[in-house]
Design a protein around this ligand. Structure first.
Ligand SMILES: NC(=O)c1ccc[n+]([C@@H]2O[C@H](COP(=O)([O-])OP(=O)(O)OC[C@H]3O[C@@H](n4cnc5c(N)ncnc54)[C@H](O)[C@@H]3O)[C@@H](O)[C@H]2O)c1
Length: 365
């Protein structure tokens, strides 16, 4: 199917970014939001971004004008009657999303594709509220959605091959890097990043300085931002909620005491002067952060949620990690990976993932 017109439900942080990236890639885009102020902010924000792009020489004036013409907004879902693809990005509330999909089904054409940008619900649970689940899937963008290249394209149990292929093509045509995966709690990136953040907070609970945990996490993953700094940016409450959602998978994923404390207060880490490196303590921090991340990534492989290169693509584009999980495990080899993963699995009474046996040749195997 060819996508000509995109509908975006919700003109907030994510909806406005998704709409922008498609409009500047040549699609006719209509954003629908019940809040007039959100619509105004989104249209104004997009115009300013494009004007800045012209000033900085990243965009021609003609391209900026074309993008502005491509983007429109409405307060009525009825205006999506001729959209070929509708991406939902409204509040993270299951009942709100479910009601929206039931209503959308009565508006859009019989062959239109519907997608959700949910961060925490399962695509298959939302699919129960979609008239034709074969034309439904997840398209999970990363903030800022107009810039970040990653989109997790999530295939539900009933998503048709053609729907999935169209969504992958659409993402590529908007200069995104689609990560193909199956439906699973946390999809791919949150499934390994949340336990990594959680483990970082546990290390602080155990007495390590937050400044060291943040610094070591930057070194270990070749990341511009440490795990606790990312938690500050994305808000402690969101990190706690994400770990709570994953908590159904067992104690390893459940938010630790410190994360709950910070999440409930919606507090931020306050970093003081960075204590001097302590080789032994830093090595212990590095082992735990890597062990937790690798354990979750190997479970994704066991469950066939995503392929090793897709997991690494997610870490690279979604988190800006230079050292990505599967390539790091390949570098460490089987023995080194087993040592790290076994130690973390033992802490939380978790079975060793079968895929650990493939460490050393994950990306070539
Ligand atoms: N913010 C992030 O970092 C991030 C990242 C990935 C995915 N997400 C997901 O994207 C979705 C949107 O998140 P956000 O951060 O953009 O939220 P937001 O609060 O910034 O925007 C949500 C918008 O949806 C509108 N809305 C609510 N109900 C509506 C309805 N029935 N019809 C039309 N509009 C409606 C609101 O008026 C608001 O403008 C959520 O599912 C969230 O989990 C967020």
């Amino acid at each position: 199917m060819t996508i000509r017109k995109l509908g975006v439900m919700g003109a907030g942080t994510m909806g406005s970014g998704i709409a922008q990236s498609a409009a500047q890639s040549g699609y006719a885009v209509i954003m629908v939001d019940t809040n007039d102020a959100a619509v105004e902010r989104a249209l104004d924000g997009a115009a300013k971004t494009w004007d800045r792009g012209v000033e900085k020489g990243r965009l021609t004036e003609t391209d900026a004008e074309a993008a502005k013409t491509n983007l429109s907004a409405s307060a009525s879902m009825d205006d999506l009657h001729d959209a070929d693809l509708v991406i939902e990005a409204v509040f993270e509330d299951f009942d709100v999303k479910a009601a929206l999909f039931r209503a959308l089904g009565k508006v859009v054409a019989a062959d239109a594709i519907l997608a959700t940008n949910t961060s925490s619900f399962r695509v298959d649970d939302l699919a129960r509220h979609v008239a034709e689940p074969e034309r439904f899937l997840g398209m999970h963008y990363f903030v800022p959605a107009n810039i970040n290249k990653l989109v997790e394209v999530v295939r539900g149990q009933n998503t048709a091959e053609a729907t999935f292929a169209t969504a992958l093509d659409f993402a590529r045509s908007t200069a995104k890097e689609p990560l193909a995966c199956r439906d699973s709690y946390g999809f791919v990136v949150n499934r390994f990043f949340c336990p990594c953040v959680n483990e970082g907070v546990r290390l602080v609970d155990e007495g390590h300085a937050p400044e060291r945990v943040d610094a070591v996490s930057r070194q270990v993953f070749g990341s511009p931002l440490g795990v606790l700094t990312v938690m500050n940016l994305s808000k402690a409450r969101i990190a706690m909620n994400a770990c709570t959602t994953l908590g159904g998978l067992g104690a390893f994923y459940e938010p630790c005491t410190g994360l709950i404390r910070m999440g409930e207060a919606d507090a931020a880490w306050e970093f003081g002067e960075e204590p001097a490196a302590d080789n032994a303590a830093d090595a212990a921090i590095a082992d735990r952060l890597r062990g937790a991340t690798f354990l979750a990534a190997l479970e994704l492989l066991d469950e066939e949620v995503a392929a090793p290169d897709a997991i690494d693509l997610g870490a690279f584009h979604g988190l800006r990690w230079e050292t990505t999980p599967c390539s790091a495990m390949d570098d460490l080899g089987q023995d080194g990976t087993i040592r790290l993963v076994e130690a973390v699995a033992a802490l939380y009474g978790r079975d060793m993932p079968r895929s650990t046996a493939r460490a050393g040749s994950l990306l070539v195997g």
